[in-house]
Ligand binder design. Structure first.
Ligand SMILES: *Cc1c(COP(=O)(O)O)cnc(C)c1O
Length: 433
């Protein structure tokens, strides 16, 4: 970062030295992220070339959306880039939760058993499954039983525990790649691969499902390339490239994607209906740009972790730890510090810089959440954003950053606010002044 920005934004001069140190520290990792981004860009470009995307594919349909060549081509581009037999990409999918729920409801039938292999699932999925017992319309209500195998104390998948928890009626074994709002390591492909192989080895009939939210293009392969049968994600996260105004995708084995499509629209119609309106252009362009912006988000995450550590704050994951998602937590251990930091972050948002985030209940979440937004699409989290559920240890989960420099500045605004409100200790302030 350049010194001029300090004067322009009136940042505490003492922070400049720390930013320089953090940047120096992460250089080697930044190089690695750029190398990986080039590989993934090549993969996506190859998918576009092999499908032969043309100008006319960018024009959508209305009404039923019959014969929508663009929708078809978009699904093929996703499938090829993600190493899947088939993919369904739709602006009618409202969120990641919707895409995942469609997969589970598409595959599971009354009497079946669902096993989560990565411990407690993401907040909004607990209602889908019926972990709390009483959500109307949940899988539990349908007669699907559920159990989960906690992660080992070091955060790895307990493969032996998962094999032991398989029941004769187990139909789906699910893995969550990202940490969500939990302080656990994200699931790297190095761990996912042997876990999938073990489950398929023991029970070839079981469907391995992966919640791929925040995972796309973080590593050089996707779960479907490692033998996962089905996966899903949100287009306002990684694969939308910051341009998709909404939507979700499902990818995997052709027969399973067909079932999910039947659930999303209607049996017999599947993915042969579904208008794309004016969405095709941003969905194609966003997917094309996705590896680039996921790389930018990773450059941001690594820098934020390194800077937090320079400031004596706990970053999780550590700046140089392996990553399977784009989420970076900073642990603040104080609800007021959390609020101050989030207000600082919000003040660096391109849209909504004058808003003041307040904790509020969110549909599907059990604790009130402080949400820092400020992107161009509501809730978009490949754009720089942060969420902080109001529960100990009062961690803020930062994600995204289409532009490294903006993520850097927003985080500095957050630290400045912590300093102004007296949350950084005296010794630290003396050291940097
Ligand atoms: C974001 C996310 C989801 C789905 O969330 P939506 O807000 O519904 O898009 C599911 N699982 C994980 C791990 C996530 O990060």
């Amino acid at each position: 970062m350049r010194g001029q920005l300090w004067e322009q934004f009136q940042l505490p001069s003492g922070l400049l030295g720390l930013v320089r140190r953090a940047e120096e520290k992460v250089q080697v990792l930044w190089e690695e992220i750029r190398r990986r981004r080039a590989f993934n860009q090549g993969k996506v470009l190859r998918a576009f070339l092999s499908v032969g995307v043309e100008e006319h594919h960018l024009v959508g349909t209305t009404g039923y959306g019959y014969g929508d060549a663009g929708r078809q081509a978009l699904g093929e581009v996703f499938a090829r880039a993600l190493g899947a037999e088939r993919a369904l990409v739709s602006p009618q999918i409202a969120s990641g939760t919707h895409a995942i729920a469609a997969c589970l409801f598409g595959v599971l039938r009354p009497g079946d058993h669902l096993l989560f292999a990565t411990g407690q699932p993401y907040d909004t999925l607990r209602g889908v499954i019926g972990c709390w017992g009483e959500t109307p319309g949940s899988l539990r209500e349908l007669g699907v039983s559920y159990s989960q195998v906690p992660l080992l104390p070091d955060g790895r998948v307990d493969v032996a525990g998962v094999l032991a928890a398989l029941e004769p009626r187990t139909r789906v074994v699910a893995f969550q790649r990202s940490r969500g709002y939990a302080l656990r390591p994200s699931l790297t492909l190095e761990q996912l691969r042997p876990a999938i192989e073990a489950v398929k080895g023991a029970r070839p009939d079981v469907v391995v499902f992966v919640d791929n939210c925040y995972g796309e293009f973080v590593e050089e392969q996707e779960p479907t390339e490692l033998g996962a049968d089905l996966m899903a994600g949100s287009l306002i996260k990684n694969p939308g490239g910051g341009l998709a105004p909404g939507g979700g995708y499902v990818a995997g084995r052709s027969d399973l994607v067909e079932r999910v499509a039947a659930r999303l629209t209607a049996p017999g119609l599947g993915d042969r209906v579904g208008p794309t309106y004016d969405f095709l252009r941003p969905l194609f362009q966003g997917f094309f740009l996705a590896p680039h912006f996921v790389g930018e988000a990773l450059l941001s995450a690594v820098f934020i972790a390194a800077l937090a550590e320079e400031m004596g704050l706990e970053a999780d994951p550590a700046w140089d730890a392996p990553r399977g998602d784009i989420v970076q937590a900073i642990i603040l251990r104080d609800p007021r510090a959390l609020q101050a930091f989030c207000c600082g972050l919000q003040s660096g948002a391109a849209v909504g810089s004058r808003l003041r985030p307040e904790p509020s209940p969110m549909p599907g979440y059990s604790d009130p959440v402080l949400m820092v937004g400020g992107g161009f699409v509501q809730g978009a989290s490949l754009e720089f954003s942060a969420d902080a559920p109001l529960r100990p240890p009062y961690a803020v989960f930062l994600q995204g950053g289409l532009v490294l420099e903006q993520a850097q500045l927003a985080v500095l605004f957050g630290f400045k606010r912590l300093q102004e409100e007296g949350f950084l200790d005296e010794g630290f302030l003396r050291r940097i002044s």
